[in-house]
Design a protein around this ligand. Structure first.
Ligand SMILES: [Zn+2]
Ligand SMILES: [Zn+2]
Length: 144
């Protein structure tokens, strides 16, 4: 992690390191506010602006990706390879869709030309309910 920062010529500060570590260990695509709340107990002197600016720097350096899959705050994704996401209609949870290893991505839709548009990457979004939301919907249905 330290190395990832250093290689890019970024100063390694405890705050940057903590933000990056927290993000990399998190599959939920947190917002800047999520990370700030989570790190506050450990780094009480860190401001929200620091978190926000650090995420901007990490994004610029290709260490994470900023996505706006869900309306509202931008979420940060430590997985910088093109990949698909599943988004919960209920709570907005965002998780990576992991393809079975070796499974070919379906015929690269990338090759389908889009008129008047230069396609950089094609990512799919699966919408539905996460386990938690699906369970609470069932509970609600049972109660009727
Ligand atoms: Zn949910
Ligand atoms: Zn992701």
């Amino acid at each position: 992690m330290r190395e990832a920062l250093r290689v890019r010529g970024l100063k390694v500060t405890p705050q940057r390191l903590a933000i990056l570590e927290e993000l990399v260990g998190d599959p939920t695509h947190p917002t800047a506010a999520d990370l700030f709340e989570r790190l506050r107990p450990r780094l009480p002197s860190m401001s929200f602006a620091t978190v926000y600016n650090t995420l901007a720097v990490l994004t610029e350096q290709g260490l994470c990706v900023a996505t706006s899959l869900v309306a509202g705050a931008v979420r940060f994704d430590p997985n910088v390879e093109p990949h698909d996401h599943a988004v919960c209609d209920g709570c907005g949870l965002v998780v990576d869709v992991i393809l079975e290893r070796g499974a070919p991505r379906e015929a690269a839709p990338k090759q389908r030309p889009v008129s008047g548009f230069a396609v950089r990457v094609v990512e799919r979004i699966y919408r539905g309910l996460c386990v938690g939301c699906a369970a609470s919907q069932e509970l609600a249905a049972d109660a009727e």
